[in-house]
Design a protein around this ligand. Structure first.
Ligand code: C2E
Ligand code: MG
Ligand code: MG
Ligand code: MG
Length: 292
């Protein structure tokens, strides 16, 4: 046991490092078990076409049903999963699961629904991703046009020529591509014209301040105009208020996603939501907001 103040502070510090290392090692081994035991879940967050005023898709978002810690969001494990490579089997499972779900909704008559799946850096960098995506499409018999793969700006920019080739390969199968978290990295309009993506997702951080900051409003409307000039569909992420939605409609943003419409919800609840909306809007001329 340390006697002096200095020494004990030192010990405390040392312990802390050990703890975080232990946490990480523990997390790694728990993640391995989690894959074997099927502890993951896919949650779905609605994506709204602002002009049609309808849900036109869902983003698949992974959750970990930890046996003792409960539901864990990606912030709690995706980084370690990425570092260990475990994100590859997890991501493959999410992709398969989301495509199965897409097929089910299509068969239930929800034919306008698309599905968006996030690809990690590891998955995107692995050339096998083309084969994986092909196999999943074949196995689930989905329309590849209804599958959107999301990569972040930083992943796309890491190796531009590889990214362009990879996106083109996957697009030739029929799948679409979205550039996620746009605005958090380089955000240069110059590279955008070289990336053959279909959709651009404006990061939540812009939306957070858009109602207070006139400059942010100008930036967002400029991003939308420029993106649309490049034939990109623009999706605003993290829409939480009605004011934000009104603003986005005024500047002709194509789609929106956020707590205002729906949080990410379990697969069953997403299905119930679609059924509820179909039921309510079939019988009365309700707006999405009224029907939600
Ligand atoms: P993302 O792809 O940008 O997903 C959007 C995140 O914003 C989600 O967090 C969603 O729950 C959250 N969000 C959406 N609308 C709102 C809102 O109105 N307000 C607030 N406060 N938050 C909102 P989530 O589910 O925790 O996911 C975080 C990130 O983890 C995702 O960011 C994505 O990068 C990553 N991720 C999620 N699922 C997967 C996956 O299956 N594979 C990979 N590789 N990454 C994933
Ligand atoms: Mg995403
Ligand atoms: Mg995002
Ligand atoms: Mg994000």
């Amino acid at each position: 046991v340390a006697k002096g103040m200095g020494k004990s502070t030192y010990c405390f510090y040392d312990e802390k490092i050990n703890n975080s290392l232990m946490d990480k090692i523990e997390l790694q081994s728990e993640l391995r078990t989690a894959i074997e035991n099927n502890e993951f879940d896919v949650y779905y967050q609605a994506q709204i076409d602002l002009e049609k005023d309808r849900i036109v898709g869902f983003e698949a978002l992974v959750r970990w049903n930890h046996p003792t810690k409960g539901l864990i969001t990606p912030a709690g494990f995706v980084q370690v999963a990425e570092e260990t490579g475990l994100i590859v089997p997890i991501g493959q499972w999410v992709l398969l699961e989301a495509c199965k779900q897409l097929k089910q909704w299509e068969e239930a008559g929800f034919t306008e629904i698309n599905i968006a799946v996030n690809l990690s850096a590891r998955q995107f960098k692995d050339a096998d991703i083309v084969e994986t995506v092909c196999e999943v499409i074949k196995e689930t018999k989905i329309d590849p046009n209804k599958l959107e793969l999301e990569i972040t700006e930083s992943i796309a920019l890491e190796n531009m020529s590889y990214s362009i080739a990879m996106i083109q390969k996957l697009k030739s199968i029929g799948v679409k591509f979205s550039l996620d978290d746009f605005g958090t990295g380089y955000s240069s309009m110059n590279y955008l014209k070289h990336l053959p993506v279909n959709n651009l997702k404006i990061d939540k951080s812009f939306l957070d301040t858009v109602m207070e900051d006139q400059n942010d409003q100008k930036i967002v409307s400029t991003i939308i105009t420029l993106a649309q000039t490049l034939d990109l569909v623009v999706i605003a992420e993290g829409v939480e208020s009605n004011e934000q939605a009104v603003f986005l409609k005024n500047v002709h943003c194509d789609k929106a996603q956020g707590y205002l419409y729906s949080k990410p919800i379990p697969q069953k609840d997403a299905g119930f939501l679609l059924e509820k909306l179909r039921e309510r809007r079939n019988h009365a001329n309700l707006t999405l907001e009224q029907a939600l």
